[in-house]
Structure formats: structure tokens, C-alpha cells
Design a protein around this ligand. Structure first.
Ligand SMILES: Nc1ncnc2c1ncn2[C@@H]1O[C@H](COP(=O)(O)OP(=O)(O)OP(=O)(O)O)[C@@H](O)[C@H]1O
Length: 340
């Protein structure tokens, strides 16, 4: 096996990668579950680097290209154009070596053997990863301990909760000591408490093993709680790469929450704001509004002058991440080859 490049290199280096799925050949259309009739561009010239110890969260609506990028980085499919490397190894020409460097936890993973124990499941997977026979048991027990399942080693997968199964899948992803961890919607099947625990576990493993990590999730509050760098994918292109607070600043349309001393005063405030084109939502005496781009709080106070003495409190509010994303995705697609 070829040695990976030195640790000073990025763990993930993706440069100008595009992926176009070609139409299903006529002869195969009867044999496959889903057929496509024209080219589908899943990724369109994306570039991305991830360093050891860094977590990057991939966010994007259905079909944005997240899973395709993950499949490329795990050697399961090849880029149509561009270059993708993991620890300096080319995912196309050195895919076997790449797979040994990558731990992949897939969305809707049905690859656990339900009647087998946790330990047996891990041993089976570890053998596929060519872990030496003499180390199999100790390495699998170590991975189970890492995810807090050592006491369940002999339990069959049937007996595990959804949260425990997710942790077992995580153990399977790390048993061969990868350098890159890829988690495709890891919390999809888990309840919110289990999801929170799983993410805390991932954060600990990333820290302890200095892993480069790519994670996708549709639960935006999870992405926020990770505090990681985010990549926003939109129709196969990178629309934004950076931290969330910078994203909020860039897409700043100030939101303001206020409370008035009566429902009548709240309704009057809504009418005043509405006539100036401000988007308002009222619930009882509480009013929430989103100012048009470029507005200052001074303009808001000038409009509210006649109800100013009825205000109980007023403060700037955090715009929910989902609102920012909804606005971004509603716009035109990002320019080709936009770089992080
Ligand atoms: N094997 C395939 N053959 C043809 N088209 C595909 C294939 N896999 C994905 N696609 C298409 O490529 C595009 C990107 O899909 P991908 O699964 O990468 O997106 P995603 O962001 O992971 O979406 P989701 O959040 O729904 O999982 C979609 O239009 C999808 O239909």
C-alpha cells in the first residue's frame, strides 16, 4: 500500500471537482431500480480543503450534491472532472488505499447484521478492513469503548435502541483508525436527545484522534451546535464556506423583537410598520419584524414614534439559520467555480 502524504498536507483536497451522472444505458433500464434519461450534474466545479482536527459541516437542500461528494471521497464513485485527494492519495487511481484512511457512516445505513452481536458486527467489518487477525478483538472492543457500547458487546443489534445502533455504526466507521471521518446525516434516525449525545461523542472522537471530519445534516440546530465551519452546497456548487457568524453578518437583514403594553398598541405598531413595507408577525402583545436590507434601527424608531411610550421592551433578534438558507436557496444559482 502506498504511504499517505505527510501530515502537513490537507487531509481532504478537492480541486474543481464536477460529477455528471450519465443517462442509464437502454440495455440496463429494465434491470435497475431508478433510471435517468439525461445528464444530471450533481457537482459543478467545487473546491474544498479540510485539515486534521477540523470539522466541516455540509448543508444543502435535497439533491445539492452532499452524498455525491462523500461517495467521491470514499472511492465509491469517481469525479467526471477535477481532482480529489485524501492525504495526498488520489480517490480515483488509489481508491483502495483511500478507503483505509476513511471512516464512512452512511445515511440510512442498513448494513448492520441484526441477529449478530455488536462485537461480531465490528469484527466482520474490521476483517474487511484487513485489520490483522490477532488484533481484531482488541481493536473492536476499543472502538466499542470509544462509543460507550462496551457493555453491549454481546447484545444483538435487534436489542439496541436507534441511538445505540447509530453509535455502533460510528464504531464501525472508526474501528480501522481512519484519518478522515465522513458522517452522512448520522442522526437521521435518532431522537433529539440521542442525536445530541451522538454529536457530543463525535466531537470528543474528533478531538482525541485529531480527525478531519465532514458531516452533513438537515437539522440546522445540530450544525449550529457543532460550531464548525459550514459549506453551503446549492445545486452542486459551493455558495458559502466559512463560519456561521460571518454568514449571518453577510446576510444581515436585522430582525427585531418587541413587546407592547397592550394588544391594541401591538396592532398599531404592526400597522405603522406594515405601511412602510416592514415584514411583521404579531402574537398577542409581542411583535417580531424583519427590516428591509440596509435599514437602520433609527429608521425603525422614527416609524414607531407614536407608540414609543407603549413599548415594554425592544431588542435585536438572531435570524434563524433556516431563514437565511431559505432566502439564499430561493435566489439564482451561485456562479460556477466560486471558491471557499
Ligand atoms: N446514482 C445516481 N444516478 C443518477 N443521478 C444521481 C445518482 N445519485 C445522485 N444523483 C442525482 O445527483 C444529484 C445530487 O444528489 P445527492 O444525493 O448527491 O444530493 P444530496 O445533497 O446528498 O441530497 P439528499 O439531501 O437528498 O441526500 C441529485 O439530482 C440526484 O438525483
Amino acid at each position: 500500500m502506498q504511504e499517505p502524504a505527510t501530515t502537513s498536507d490537507a487531509v481532504v483536497a478537492v480541486e474543481g471537482v464536477s460529477k455528471v451522472y450519465r443517462p442509464t444505458p437502454m440495455a440496463m433500464r429494465m434491470m435497475v431500480r431508478t433510471t435517468i434519461h439525461s445528464d444530471v450534474t450533481a457537482l459543478d466545479g467545487i473546491s474544498l480543503r479540510v485539515e486534521a482536527g477540523q470539522t466541516v459541516a455540509l448543508v444543502g437542500p435535497n439533491g445539492a450534491g452532499k452524498t455525491t461528494l462523500f461517495r467521491i471521497l470514499t472511492g465509491l464513485t469517481t469525479p467526471t472532472t477535477g481532482e480529489a485527494k485524501v492525504l495526498g492519495l488520489d480517490v480515483d487511481t488509489q481508491s483502495l488505499a483511500v478507503r483505509r484512511m476513511v471512516g464512512f457512516m452512511q445515511a440510512e445505513d442498513r448494513a448492520l447484521f441484526m441477529r449478530m452481536s455488536c462485537l461480531e458486527n465490528l469484527v466482520f467489518h474490521a476483517r474487511l478492513q484487513h485489520i490483522p487477525r490477532r488484533d481484531l478483538r482488541s481493536r473492536c472492543m476499543e472502538a466499542l469503548e470509544d462509543v460507550g457500547l462496551a457493555s453491549q458487546a454481546q447484545s444483538s443489534v435487534f436489542a439496541l435502541s436507534a441511538g445505540m445502533r447509530a453509535r455502533l455504526q460510528l464504531a464501525r466507521a472508526i474501528v480501522h483508525r481512519p484519518r478522515l471521518l465522513i458522517l452522512d446525516e448520522p442522526t437521521g434516525a435518532v431522537d433529539p436527545v440521542g442525536a445530541h449525545e451522538l454529536l457530543l461523542l463525535v466531537q470528543r472522537l474528533v478531538r482525541e484522534h485529531n480527525l478531519a471530519t465532514l458531516i452533513s445534516s438537515h437539522r440546522l440546530e445540530e450544525i449550529e451546535s457543532l460550531g464548525s465551519n459550514v459549506v453551503l452546497l446549492d445545486r452542486g456548487r459551493i455558495r458559502y464556506h466559512g463560519d456561521l457568524s460571518t454568514l449571518r453578518d453577510q446576510w444581515r437583514r436585522p430582525a427585531v423583537e418587541m413587546e407592547l403594553d397592550s394588544i391594541e398598541a401591538a396592532k398599531a405598531a404592526c400597522t405603522l410598520l406594515g405601511t412602510h413595507g416592514v415584514e411583521v408577525h404579531r402574537s398577542g402583545t409581542e411583535v417580531e419584524c424583519r427590516l428591509p436590507a440596509g435599514w437602520s434601527s433609527g429608521q425603525l424608531f422614527a416609524i414607531l414614534n407614536s407608540v414609543a411610550d407603549r413599548l415594554v421592551h425592544i431588542r435585536e433578534a438572531n435570524v434563524p439559520l433556516r431563514d437565511i438558507l431559505a432566502e439564499m436557496y430561493a435566489g439564482p444559482p451561485p456562479a460556477v467555480k466560486e471558491r471557499a
